[in-house]
Design a protein around this ligand. Structure first.
Ligand code: GLU
Length: 313
């Protein structure tokens, strides 16, 4: 393994990636959540946080956006710490579905068990495992975990939350379906609401890079120095990101990038270079699988320039 790149090298790579990603065309804002279609499509930001806690950015890295599916990768940490990986695996699988993130067929084909924690079914089942006696208590546990990763008090984007709550019938259907098979561990309507709230959290590109850097740093937040996830749970979570982090085009991403990553339909993307740094990008237009087009281009450019592909010796 080579060393952690210097901050000068990182800043140069960020500036190059930003200039390159600006020229990359294509993609469309998500529109199945109406409020996401209204976000300006030309926003672009990139950020890196190293395991030393240094932050480097290019573009509008302080602009908040909806975290969406990226939240799944961090709520997973809380639940894995809570019940342990072994127990979690009896309730939620680890393998890619080969289907879109909200597929019902993937559930039906596998005896009602959610195939992995990064698709909607598995992510909602994960939320259903969070401890707490009512919705407020469960949310308090969830948001405390997110705040520990981001080292700040995150807030819900109310416009996205309302828009998504009014249009999430499909997710409600998935939750009831899992419940009918015995793979849901709390009341479906309450859990879908908490899941929707979690997806509507506002995050900035800088904050997202810090969240990823907790994974790069073996589960310790490199700025607050607090442990946010057990050391033993970092490898399985990153393995999961390698398999299903970019929906059903994760294989394409892994061929090109070679780093665990997670995207969301809000246009965010975070990638983790273990032991070194994490990087995040934000740009709303998505490819057909649901991944930010410019964000992927930007992070692939940084990975190449800094030689961060995990599979290179
Ligand atoms: N809240 C979104 C949904 O459930 C998340 C989708 C995503 O980012 O993949 O549809």
């Amino acid at each position: 393994m080579n060393d952690i790149p210097s901050n000068d090298q990182i800043q140069t790579a960020l500036d190059n990636a930003y200039a390159y990603a600006k020229t990359v065309q294509g993609g469309k804002n998500a529109s199945y959540i109406p409020a996401l279609a209204q976000v300006p499509s030309d926003l672009l930001a990139i950020a890196v946080v190293t395991v030393n806690g240094d932050l480097l950015t290019a573009g509008s890295a302080d602009t908040p956006f909806a975290i969406e599916s990226i939240s799944k990768a961090f709520n997973l940490a809380y639940v894995m710490d809570l019940i342990g990986m072994k127990q979690l695996r009896t309730k939620i699988g680890a393998d890619p579905t080969g289907e879109p993130f909200n597929s019902v067929m993937a559930i039906e084909l596998h005896g009602g068990k959610p195939l992995n924690p990064l698709v909607n079914a598995g992510a909602m089942a994960t939320v259903s495992l969070v401890n707490g006696s009512d919705s407020d208590e469960i949310w308090a546990n969830m948001i405390h975990n997110f705040n520990n990763f981001a080292n700040t008090a995150l807030t819900v984007n109310q416009e996205i939350y309302k828009s998504e709550s009014a249009t999430n019938q499909h997710n409600r259907g998935i939750a009831w379906l899992l419940d009918s098979y015995g793979y849901f561990y709390n009341t479906p309507p309450m859990i879908v609401d908490l899941y929707t709230r979690m997806c509507s959290l506002n995050i900035t590109t800088s904050q997202l890079a810090l969240m990823g850097a907790c994974y790069a740093n073996g589960g310790v937040n490199p700025v607050s120095k607090k442990r946010v996830v057990k050391d033993e749970n970092v490898p399985p979570i990153l393995a999961e990101l390698c398999m299903s982090g970019l929906y059903n085009s994760t294989g394409d991403w892994m061929y090109k990038a070679g780093l665990p990553a997670k995207s969301g339909v809000g246009g965010g993307l975070v990638a983790v270079a273990p032991g070194k740094l994490a990087m995040a990008a934000y740009s709303p237009p998505l490819d057909p699988a649901g991944n930010t087009v410019k964000g992927q281009a930007a992070l692939q450019s940084i990975i190449k320039e800094l030689n961060l592909n995990l599979f290179r010796s």
